[in-house]
Design a protein around this ligand. Structure first.
Ligand code: ZN
Length: 245
């Protein structure tokens, strides 16, 4: 298939919101793969001047400092060799990709969030968020999965950090998604769980923790669509009616 010439005006939705300046961005991959014991695949070390850049992650919505509900900006440089990434048609995959001069493809994949609906005496544990995005809205314990843990480990760790509770996971409620470009590009995995230890002690990301009867769930004050979908699935699986106050 013929490839149209690159034009800024026809950039895809995930392209950085500013024109490229030609200046090398102060951005290098960080994480376990840059651990000195493992070494970066490129063999390159980060210099002290290279930190996280500020402006590229800004949200296009007025008044919002950081992009939370849009996909994050894509990388400018290859994570394997450090070469500049350009948008190219990859025939074998049938879509546009970010490719470096050496042919490494930088895939843009969703992030995984793992959460738990904690049951106790017919009630569910809801947390009111103390942090943006959606500060003041209700959700359940959960968060971003780390690359070196399983989904079950993530569910128990996030619950421990946010509530102080040790959980036993009872089963899967469901898997929900908020794809880009309307959402941030997220896959949300939600378990059912019960308390097996610890004490309810909300963490710094939580304004308030409350066990809520299932007929008093604040449907209009839930943080995300996926929060609502998961609670609806959970109630349907329990055979409980959905009561909207
Ligand atoms: Zn490369």
């Amino acid at each position: 298939m013929a490839r149209a010439a690159w034009r800024w005006e026809r950039r895809p939705w995930w392209w950085p919101s500013r024109r490229p300046t030609g200046r090398r961005p102060s951005k290098q991959p960080t994480g376990w793969w840059t651990d000195s014991r493992r070494g970066h695949p490129s063999g390159r070390r980060r210099s002290s001047r290279e930190g996280r850049s500020g402006s590229r992650g800004r949200c296009p919505c007025p008044g919002e400092a950081v992009s939370y509900h849009h996909p994050p900006p894509p990388p400018s440089y290859c994570g394997y060799c450090g070469g500049p990434l350009t948008e190219r048609w990859v025939e074998a995959e049938g879509r546009q990709r970010l490719v470096c001069p050496q042919g490494h493809i930088s895939y843009l994949n969703p992030k995984v969030i793992v959460s738990v609906i904690v049951e106790e005496e017919g009630k569910v544990l809801l947390l009111r968020r103390a942090i943006e995005p959606r500060r003041g809205y209700w959700t359940f314990p959960g968060g971003y999965m780390e690359i070196d843990e399983s989904v079950e480990e993530c569910a128990r760790r996030e619950s421990r950090e946010e509530t102080g509770l040790e959980l036993e996971l009872l089963g899967l409620v469901g898997i929900f998604s908020r794809p880009a470009p309307d959402g941030p590009g997220i896959v949300s995995i939600v378990f059912r769980g019960r308390i097996v230890g610890g004490k309810l002690r909300p963490g710094h990301e939580v304004l308030e923790a409350r066990f809520v009867p299932t007929d008093a769930i604040p449907w209009d004050e839930l943080a995300y669509d996926t929060t609502r979908q998961a609670l609806e699935s959970y109630l349907a699986q329990r055979g409980s009616p959905i009561v909207r106050p």
